[in-house]
Write a protein that binds this ligand. Structure first.
Ligand code: GLC
Ligand code: CA
Length: 548
């Protein structure tokens, strides 16, 4: 491991979506002051860094992913000075900080767009993608991908919401702006970037019409991994590489071969990429298109990436973030909140790669189910509701939102069982999950057998073992629909991770080569003596052994 370039490999990160993390000034909105107060808590999880979802000035049409100024902090969240305080204290505690870099689009309230829409002779004219006639692309968050602008007399492209016009990355001036943004934050001392929908930034010349039969992502063949993507990514890499700055990209719809081009070989431009295959074990492409959870689908996706990157590139591991509903409500069972939450934790924290843990995941927060579509805040939830399945009953459509909404991961963090869940002293900006009296940090701190403490144990164990950090990966019994069993091996030290995904007891056997091997149990989500070959509901065990 090269200390200058590979420092993130033995680490784990905690993701903060600031608006709902912790309110420090009593206005009902999470902020940097709140983050500052909770840095010791974050450190206590045994993570090594923080990824901030966008905290820049933004009209918040997409809650920060619509940026109106790349080099400042949104006044609702604090000031640059507040940010520096957080950064300094985080560094003192040994926590790295990585920022969200959203450069596929800006807000329509960004200065560049305000100028660009003024006319074709404006210096910012070519910062965005303007056309006299739109093509047939759909946007991912809101209706068609083109919006007519009166003042310019042309249409602009927005792959996401209307208020998120796409930047024209073919314009070298735009790429210079991106490099300046990177330099600005690196100068301040940040350690890396999470790069939003980064595989969409280069569009095919001529913007051809997309596939007519594929709604929402019909233009994808023409904007995913576009013609100049690696050239542009190398430019940005150059700026980051000099300073040992880590880059992790978000790769919606990425496949193993396309991801490898970013991660490995002469065109390497990212250290890791968030892939989505394992997030589709209960849906097609988006949670909105639900299907029953199938364990073998989850395992197959994980194994594909573990084996596919082996010896070449490094995985970014996650099961939750601000774009997905809560994992216990999806792949687990809310009636077995602790058990399924901890088995899910063990199913991914011991894989090879750098784990990311999303705020609230570590205490087992679950989905909210609001009574009315108007109560939802996320632009895509509202649009999905009015865009699809219009013949279904309102009740069925709302159920789909209950299952799929990104708002479920964006409710205020549940710190205590007290007023406003300890998130704020003021009525919070958004609904708190009703279960906050049972599900909160304070009560889980007190309980040795809580999910919170299980996360801590997993992250500690992982960090202490070369095998768990760097060992090879092998899956056993891939067709088993109840149990996920995988092995990590480094020299003669091995770990076997056995996770049940069943709400009933589940019998298992050891693979042929491991029969009779003496194993030591190093972690289990149940206490007491365990039955040798039977797992309790959602039981998870980690076993260690030596093989000559
Ligand atoms: C990414 C973000 C998501 C956002 C979208 C557009 O997928 O994670 O929250 O809506 O990009 O920026
Ligand atoms: Ca606040």
């Amino acid at each position: 491991m090269n200390k200058k370039t590979d420092w993130y490999k033995p680490m784990a990160f905690y993701q903060i979506w600031i608006r709902s993390f912790k309110d420090g000034n009593g206005d009902g909105i999470g902020d940097l002051k709140g983050v500052y107060e909770k840095l010791e808590y974050i450190k206590s999880l045994n993570v090594d860094g923080i990824w901030f979802s966008p905290i820049y000035p933004s009209p918040k049409a997409d809650f920060g992913y619509d940026i109106s100024d790349y080099t400042d902090i949104d006044p609702e969240y604090g000031t640059l000075d507040d940010f520096k305080k957080v950064l300094d204290k985080a560094h003192l505690l040994g926590l790295k900080i990585i920022m969200d870099l959203v450069i596929n689009h800006t807000s329509d309230e960004h200065k560049w767009f305000k100028e660009s829409r003024k006319g074709k002779d404006n210096p910012y004219s070519d910062y965005y993608i303007w056309r006299d006639k739109p093509n047939n692309w759909d946007s991912i968050l809101e209706g068609k991908a083109w919006e007519y602008d009166e003042s310019r007399g042309q249409y602009y492209l927005h792959l996401f919401a209307k208020k998120q016009p796409d930047l024209n990355m073919d314009n070298p001036k735009v790429r210079e702006e991106v490099k300046n943004i990177l330099r600005f934050w690196m100068d301040l001392g940040v350690d890396g970037f999470r790069e939003d929908v980064i595989n969409f930034i280069s569009k095919k010349e001529g913007l051809p019409d997309g596939l007519p039969f594929l709604p929402v992502i019909n233009g994808i063949p023409y904007y995913k991994d576009g013609p100049h993507i690696h050239e542009y990514m190398r430019e940005f890499r150059g700026v980051c590489e000099e300073r040992g700055c880590m880059q992790v990209g978000e790769g919606p719809f990425t496949t193993l071969p396309t991801a490898l081009k970013y991660l490995y070989g002469p065109e390497k431009s990212l250290d890791m990429m968030f892939s989505f295959d394992h997030m589709m074990a209960d849906c097609f492409y988006t949670e909105y298109l639900h299907r029953p959870f199938k364990l073998s689908r989850y395992k197959k996706a994980l194994t594909k990436w573990q084996k596919g990157l082996e010896g070449k590139a490094w995985n970014a591991l996650y099961i939750e973030n601000h774009d997905h509903p809560r994992i216990i409500s999806r792949y687990g069972d809310e009636r077995y909140r602790y058990e399924s939450g901890s088995s899910l934790a063990a199913s991914y924290l011991f894989l090879k790669g750098t784990p990311f843990i999303y705020q609230g995941q570590e205490i087992g927060m679950t989905n909210i189910r609001l009574k009315n579509i108007e109560n939802y805040a996320d632009v895509s939830s509202k649009n999905n509701f009015y865009r699809f399945n219009l013949k279904d009953s309102l009740e069925r459509r709302l159920k789909r939102i209950h299952f799929s909404s990104r708002d479920s991961s964006r409710t205020p963090m549940q710190w205590t069982g007290g007023k406003y869940a300890g998130f704020s002293t003021h009525r919070p900006w958004f609904f708190i999950n009703k279960n906050y009296r049972d599900v909160n940090v304070e009560s889980e701190e007190k309980n040795e057998q809580s999910l919170l403490n299980f996360y801590r144990k997993c992250l500690k164990l992982r960090k202490q073992s070369r095998t768990l950090l760097f060992g090879s990966y092998r899956e056993y019994f891939p067709a088993d629909e109840k149990i996920y069993m995988y092995e990590r091996s480094f020299k003669d030290v091995h770990y076997l991770i056995i996770c049940s995904f069943s709400k009933h007891t589940a019998d298992f056997k050891l693979p042929g080569g491991l029969k009779g091997v003496r194993m030591e149990q190093v972690l289990c989500n149940y206490s007491g003596v365990r039955a040798q070959f039977t797992l309790a509901p959602y039981e998870a065990r980690v076993m260690r052994y030596r093989k000559p």
